[in-house]
Design a protein around this ligand. Structure first.
Ligand code: NDP
Length: 234
């Protein structure tokens, strides 16, 4: 029997690859996006993770369609890169609100059903940047580092309820987010990645599927890098 899964930002990029992989393994998957446009083969709910009532409604829709959510993947994220001196309150706040508080809202809503079921998997999509830091990305790095503290606290809180909370920390992945980078920045990044290439979204999805699987039942509070060796040792 497939499980009920929800992936935020599952309409494109890494989130879509995660949703497709879970669905291919037999899970019933609902994805969220801000526009709510159709995604072939997947159920879609419109949801802005900055709005707690939208997160609540997305879970309610997923529950009505496929039962209580057993696998929740907080993937939705944005960048607003800027040097600190030029960073606005809005640049900082929007990134923290989406990437970190959005994941908090997803986890908070998800555990309601998981505690009742006495099982669940929560997975946050962080970034190698949360471990290494990155000039011009203080807001993004802070949000992604924050996910690790959030996950580890929840792992401690929820372990006896048979709910695991883990983090996947991708390096550079070929998606809309990285095609926005300038060519010289792309080349500099590639030079620092031991495997010498970007990840595919599906390679990140494979790590998420593992953490969501029965094989990862005894793994909680972990940070699993999928970064070609970029963040080694952190
Ligand atoms: P994309 O820019 O391709 O997609 C971002 C996704 O997040 C979209 O589905 C988007 O939805 C959604 N989203 C953004 N803001 C909100 C919001 N306020 N509410 C709901 N959904 C929102 O990004 P990636 O696929 O590359 O990234 C996915 C995750 O992986 C992010 O958390 C990112 O930080 C992380 N990551 C990415 C890396 C990379 O190299 N690409 C590396 C490390 C981590 P919509 O279509 O509606 O805009």
């Amino acid at each position: 029997m497939g499980r009920s899964a929800l992936v935020t930002g599952g309409n494109r990029g890494i989130g879509l690859a995660i949703a497709r992989r879970l669905a291919a393994a037999g899970d019933a998957v609902t994805v969220t996006s801000r526009a709510g446009a159709e995604v072939p083969g997947l159920a879609v709910v419109k949801c802005d993770v900055r709005d707690p009532s939208a997160v609540d409604a997305a879970f309610a829709a997923a529950e009505a369609r496929q039962g209580p959510v057993e696998v929740a993947v907080a993937n939705a994220g944005i960048t607003r890169d800027q040097l600190l001196a030029l960073m606005s309150e809005d640049d900082f706040g929007a990134v923290l609100d989406t990437n970190l508080a959005g994941a908090y809202r997803v986890a908070k809503r998800a555990v309601r059903g998981m505690i009742r079921m006495r099982r669940g998997r929560i997975i946050f999509i962080s970034s190698v940047v949360g471990l290494l830091g990155s000039g011009g990305q203080a807001n993004y790095a802070a949000s992604k580092a924050g996910l690790i503290g959030l996950a580890r606290s929840l792992a401690r809180e929820l372990g006896t309820r048979n709910i695991t909370v883990n983090v996947v920390a991708p390096g550079f992945v070929d998606t809309d987010m990285t095609t926005a980078l300038a060519d010289d920045k792309r080349a500099a990044i590639l030079a620092s990645v031991p495997l010498g290439r970007y990840a595919s979204a599906d390679e990140v999805a494979a790590a998420v599927a593992f953490l969501a699987s029965g094989d990862a039942a005894y793994i909680t509070g972990a940070v699993l890098p999928v970064d070609g060796g970029l963040g080694m040792g952190h």
